[in-house]
Design a protein around this ligand. Structure first.
Ligand SMILES: *[C@@H]1O[C@H](CO)[C@@H](O)[C@H](O)[C@H]1NC(C)=O
Ligand SMILES: *[C@@H]1O[C@H](CO)[C@@H](O)[C@H](O)[C@H]1NC(C)=O
Ligand SMILES: [Cu+2]
Length: 245
């Protein structure tokens, strides 16, 4: 009995070790902008667990970027509905893979940030000022997480680009935090990639911003949390509140 329990636990750990995810396709008003196009994607789907690392900005450090990197800058009108699509590995949707788009053990929030940049293909991403444009966390009444909703939507998460932000080039940082191992720090698994955007139209808003690294601490209740016991009655999504026009 005990031995089989141990092997079941080990099997679960082995499965989740290779059940990570990558944001790899972007849609504007429901139209795909091309697989891997305009997004800084790593080849390996592993998480970042050090919230103080520069790797939490746009990945690409311990998980080096796929080469050649896309030089595409995706055009999107301010106010548009856009979609990020996530899959287990860079090959995209795989209905025969039970861990696609992400293993269902990887419960946690989904967040999206933007930062204005001089040039959306610039390699230097340190020192940028990020504002949050979307978040989805935990719904106690149904005991469901943003990741459950992402899986139900076949890896897609849809939200709006704020209508009032200035036109120009931006990086859009989409993030999932998987909390299955987050009862001590480091344990939360951060997954993020950055899309390269040219926003048109817009207005003159100047959202409050945060830095990466810096926006999260290991002691944040949304970073270090036991999601299994005692049962959660609420979950505090890490980072700032969502900017609205
Ligand atoms: C933007 O950055 C890329 C990569 O660093 C560079 O090749 C390109 O010339 C830059 N474009 C402009 C308009 O500065
Ligand atoms: C990257 O940009 C930041 C902010 O502008 C700057 O402080 C830093 O020196 C730059 N790093 C490199 C390697 O150019
Ligand atoms: Cu994982």
């Amino acid at each position: 009995m005990r031995a089989s329990l141990v092997s079941a636990v080990l099997a679960t750990l082995a499965a989740s070790a290779s059940a990570h995810t990558i944001f790899q396709e972007f849609y504007v008003n429901g139209v795909s902008q091309g697989h891997l196009n305009g997004i800084r994607v790593p080849d390996y789907d592993g998480p970042i667990t050090d919230v103080n690392s520069n790797d939490v900005i746009c990945n690409g450090g311990i998980n080096p970027y796929h080469q050649p990197m896309s030089q595409t800058i995706i055009k999107v009108a301010a106010g548009s509905s856009v979609t990020t699509e996530w899959h287990h590995d860079l090959n995209g949707a795989n209905p025969s893979d039970s861990a696609d788009p992400i293993d269902s053990s990887h419960k946690g929030p989904v967040m999206v940030y933007m930062a204005k940049v001089t040039n959306a293909t610039q390699s230097n991403v340190t020192g940028l000022k990020w504002f949050k444009i979307y978040q989805d966390g935990y719904t106690p009444s149904t005991n469901t997480w943003a990741v459950d909703r992402l899986i139900a939507n076949k890896g897609k998460v849809t939200f709006n680009i704020p209508s009032c932000i200035p036109a120009g080039q931006y990086l859009l940082r989409a993030e999932i935090i998987a909390l299955h191992g987050a009862s001590s720090y480091p344990g939360a698994q951060l997954y993020m990639e950055c899309a390269q955007l040219q926003v048109t139209g817009g207005g003159s808003a100047s959202p409050a911003t945060v830095s990466f690294p810096g926006a999260y601490k290991g002691t944040d209740p949304g970073i270090t949390v036991n999601i299994y016991y005692p049962p959660l009655t609420s979950y505090t999504i890490p980072g700032p509140s969502v900017f609205t026009c």
